[in-house]
Design a protein around this ligand. Sequence first.
Ligand code: FEO
Length: 173
Amino acid sequence: MLNKKLEDAFNKQINAEFWSAYLYLSMSLNFENAGLSGIANWYKIQFQEEQAHAQIFMDYVNKRGGRVELQPIEAVPTKWESPLNAFEETLKHEKVVTSLINDLFALAEEVRDYASRDRLLWFVTEQVEEEDNANQIIEKLRLIGNDGMGLYMLDQELGSRTYTTPSPLASAE
Ligand code: FEO
């Protein structure tokens, strides 16, 4: 049985993951409209990944006999002035998510729920990837500056990103 404090915190995190999904879907639509379909593709996959993160948490809460309570998802921004601005916002957001995961991890330790701590460890590692991915694209965009050809090539590159089911879900298939 899940500790009540931890159950509430997992429910908040499920909502945060869905908010992230909604944010990245909004970014994807924004760049589709701007004619940058590769960046739109990158964000669409990010949208799928965030839904998978929520699913991992929901499966876990259920498995532990807890109760998932879905809350309303708050509105997200709908416009970004440039790809650089969007990826900077992405990195900023992922840093917030990292701190939420770290808080959950600390809570699992506090209530001596080591199974939850174990589950959260996957997310700790995932957040390193999430921040690194955004950071690498920011660095490329800074190099590109106002070079249209550079942006065109980066858009092509990001268009090749494909979705892979995260391992906690893949192993449950
Ligand atoms: Fe669910 Fe982008 O972390």
